[in-house]
Write a protein that binds this ligand. Structure first.
Ligand code: ING
Length: 316
C-alpha cells in the first residue's frame, strides 16, 4: 500500500514594505484555502513570507527593522492563518523573521501539523550576502547583518507519519544540507526562498539564475532520494524583482510541478513517498556505498594543505 502525501507549494508574489501583516496573512489564507480545496495535506510558504524582503535595505536606525520580526509564534497577526489551517485540517511550513525573548534575530521556518501545533523549527544556517553597507549599489543583501546564523542545526520532524526536513533559501545551494537531512531519514525537504535579481557580488544572467535554482533543488533531491518542495516569494517588491520557479522535485530529480508565473500561485501534487525506496536501496544506499571516512575532515584538510591522519596516504 503506497504512502501518499498531497503537497502544495504556495508561491507568493511580491510583498511591498508598506503591506500590512494582516493584509499579507489574508493573502496567505486565500492560498491555503485553494490548496486545501485541491486536497493538500501540507502547504509550503516562502521564506520571510510575512514581510517584504527587508535585507535588501540598509537602515541606519536598527530599530527600523523591528517591525519585520515576530516576537512570538503564533501571534495576533498570524493566528488567523493557524486557525484557518486547523479548521481545514491542513499543515503548513512558514518562513518568517524571528525575534527571541533574549533579543536574538533569526531567519526562521516552522512546521505546523494539521492540529495547528508547531512540530518543527529551523533557523537558517547559510546566511548569504554581507553585513557592511555597500556604497553606490541599487540594493544590499544584509542577512549577515540582520540575522544570526541558525543554532538549531538541520533537523527532521514527524508530520503525521512523514519525515520532513527543512531548510531556507541559500541553504538549497549547498549539497551538504540535503545530505544532512537525508542521513537523518528525511523523505521530503521543504524550503522557502527569496532570490533577488540583484545581490552584491553575484552576476548571473536571468536564465542562469533560474537554471541554478532548479539545478540545486533537482540535484539535492536526486542525490539524496528525497522529494524537495520549494516555495518562492517572487515578482516585484517595491520595484525590486525576485525570481519565481517554485517547484516540487521527485527523488528521480525530475520536476513534478513548477510555477508558470511570478505572482501568487498554488501548486498541488500528490506524491508517493515510496518512490524513494528503489533509489535508497540501490544507487543511493548510503550504508552500502558511501565513504564517510574519506569525506569531511579528510577533504577539508587536503583542501587546506594540512597533514592527513596517519591512516590516509597523501599520494596513494
Ligand atoms: N537569497 C538568495 C539565494 O540564495 C543569493 C541569495 C542568491 C546569494 C544568489 C548568492 C547568489 O537564493 C537568499 N535569501 O538566500
Amino acid at each position: 500500500m503506497s504512502r501518499n502525501l498531497t503537497l502544495a507549494v504556495a508561491q507568493v508574489g511580491g510583498i511591498n514594505a508598506d503591506d500590512s501583516k494582516p493584509h499579507v496573512v489574508a493573502r496567505l489564507i486565500g492560498l491555503l484555502e485553494e490548496a486545501a480545496g485541491r486536497g493538500a495535506d501540507l502547504v509550503v510558504f516562502p521564506e520571510l513570507t510575512l514581510t517584504t524582503f527587508f535585507p535588501r535595505t540598509w537602515f541606519d536606525d536598527e530599530g527600523a527593522i523591528d517591525r519585520y520580526f515576530e516576537k512570538s509564534m503564533p501571534n495576533s497577526d498570524v493566528q488567523p492563518l493557524f486557525d484557518r489551517a486547523q479548521q481545514l485540517g491542513v499543515g503548513f511550513y512558514l518562513g518568517y523573521a524571528e525575534l527571541t525573548g533574549g533579543g536574538k534575530r533569526y531567519n526562521t521556518a516552522i512546521l505546523v501539523d494539521k492540529q495547528g501545533s508547531i512540530v518543527g523549527k529551523y533557523r537558517k544556517m547559510h546566511l548569504p550576502g554581507h553585513a557592511d553597507k555597500r556604497q553606490g549599489l541599487p540594493n544590499q543583501h544584509l542577512e549577515k547583518k540582520y540575522f544570526l546564523e541558525g543554532d538549531l542545526g538541520f533537523g527532521v520532524f514527524d508530520f503525521h507519519g512523514t519525515k520532513i526536513g527543512m531548510c531556507l533559501c541559500n541553504d538549497r545551494r549547498w549539497p551538504e544540507v540535503y545530505r544532512a537531512l537525508a542521513l537523518q531519514g528525511a523523505e521530503v525537504v521543504l524550503l522557502g526562498y527569496n532570490t533577488p535579481d540583484f545581490v552584491p557580488g553575484w552576476q548571473e544572467e536571468p536564465h542562469a539564475k533560474m537554471f541554478a535554482h532548479l539545478l540545486s533543488i533537482q540535484a539535492g533531491a536526486y542525490q539524496n532520494s528525497v522529494f524537495v518542495a520549494a516555495a518562492g516569494k517572487s515578482g516585484f517588491e517595491d520595484g525590486n524583482h525576485m525570481i519565481g520557479g517554485s517547484a516540487v522535485v521527485a527523488p528521480s530529480g525530475e520536476i513534478l510541478t513548477k510555477a508558470a508565473g511570478e505572482d501568487d500561485e498554488v501548486l498541488v501534487v500528490k506524491i508517493d513517498l515510496d518512490m524513494s525506496k528503489p533509489y535508497r536501496e540501490s544507487v543511493f544506499d548510503f550504508d552500502a556505498h558511501r565513504r564517510p571516512d574519506a569525506y569531511g575532515i579528510i577533504a577539508e584538510r587536503k583542501g587546506r594543505g594540512e597533514p592527513l591522519p596517519v591512516n590516509f596516504s597523501v599520494n596513494a
